[in-house]
Each structure stands twice: as structure tokens, then as C-alpha cells.
Design a protein around this ligand. Structure first.
Ligand code: S3P
Length: 181
């Protein structure tokens, strides 16, 4: 498997939680690209988008990932921002740089998982009810899926109801896949 590993997927897919657990178990580094962006630009992605707009954010986000990829460390699990793979040639870049893994969820499960998080940190989702979230997520996920589906691995999350142990189970599954290579 070509390293590093890039976890991709929609907001609340568990990229950060799964990535952290997986890296810990492998004894590798974990880097959250939203956090790296905030450190480099002194603003969270949400703050940056509010001030400079989404296009400017996407350019900056692209270079944060590509600059970090130049570091001579291979054993890293990255959690990418949810929209990163769907901009310009970013998905092709990821595939050249390492192995991409799509954490795939149904829109209703993403809406349920998002309801368990602090929506005030996500300006576009702030104040929405679960039904409103679902109405927002469904078309956006449909537009993003053709990009996400180019990943080297696609991990289908639980088909029934969401559960607190989902992220740990996904991390375990990824650990098995990676260590079997
Ligand atoms: C975004 C997702 C966020 C962050 C930014 C834009 C998106 O990352 O990069 O607010 O367009 O889906 P997470 O997926 O880590 O929440």
C-alpha cells in the first residue's frame, strides 16, 4: 500500500475520529488537515471561508495538503476536509501521493451523526433541524460522490442504525486492511 493514507468523505463521516484511532493503533502520525490549515492560516476553515469565500479557501487548502506531502514522513494518516477531493484535480493528486480511503455513509446517517456534533462550528449547517440537514446533505453528497468514489478503497459504514462504536469498528476494519498488505 502506498503511504501516506488519506481518509476522505463527507462532514461527520468520522475522518478525524477514525484517523486518530487508526494512527494510534498503527503507531503512526495523525494529521487533521482542517487543524493544519488553522495552524498555518491562524483561522479555522469555517472562519476563513466566512472571511475570504470558498474559492480562496479551496486554493489554500490544496496547498496545505500538498506542502505537507513533501515532508519525508510516510507513516501518516491524514483526515482531509470534506470538500477537498471535489475541487479541481485534488482527487488525482491524492491518488498520486498515497492511498485514499472513502468513508461512505448514507445521507440520513450523516444527518444523525451531525446532530450529535456542535453545529455552531459549521456555519452552513448551523441551526438546522435533522430534516433540514438531510435536505442539505442529500444533493451535496450526490454531487460529491463521483469524486469520493475514485478512492482506492471504499468503506461502507453500517447499513442499519448508527451506533457509538461505529468509528472504532471502522478503524479496526482499516487496521486489518492496512496490516494485511
Ligand atoms: C468542508 C468540510 C470541513 C472543512 C470546511 C469545508 C466541506 O471539514 O474543510 O468547513 O466543504 O465539506 P470536515 O469534513 O473535516 O468537517
Amino acid at each position: 500500500m502506498q503511504l501516506p493514507i488519506y481518509l476522505i468523505g463527507y462532514m461527520a463521516a468520522g475522518k478525524t475520529t477514525v484517523g486518530r484511532l487508526l494512527a494510534e493503533r498503527l503507531g503512526w502520525r495523525f494529521v487533521d488537515l482542517d487543524e493544519a490549515f488553522a495552524e498555518i492560516h491562524s483561522q479555522t476553515p469555517a472562519e476563513y471561508i466566512r472571511e475570504h469565500g470558498i474559492e480562496e479557501f479551496r486554493y489554500k487548502e490544496k496547498y496545505v495538503l500538498e506542502d505537507l506531502a513533501e515532508l519525508p514522513i510516510e507513516k501518516v494518516v491524514y483526515a482531509t476536509g470534506g470538500g477537498y477531493p471535489c475541487w479541481e484535480d485534488n482527487m488525482e493528486c491524492l491518488k498520486e501521493l498515497g492511498t485514499s480511503i472513502y468513508l461512505r455513509w448514507k445521507p440520513q446517517h450523516l444527518a444523525e451523526r451531525l446532530m450529535l456534533t456542535d453545529l455552531s462550528t459549521r456555519p452552513v449547517l448551523k441551526g438546522r433541524t435533522k430534516d433540514e440537514l438531510l435536505a442539505f446533505i442529500t444533493p451535496q453528497l450526490e454531487a460529491r460522490e463521483p469524486f469520493y468514489m475514485k478512492a482506492d478503497y471504499i468503506i461502507d459504514a453500517p447499513v442499519k442504525d448508527i451506533a457509538p462504536e461505529d468509528d472504532k469498528n471502522i478503524a479496526d476494519m482499516l487496521y486489518q486492511i492496512i496490516t494485511k498488505q
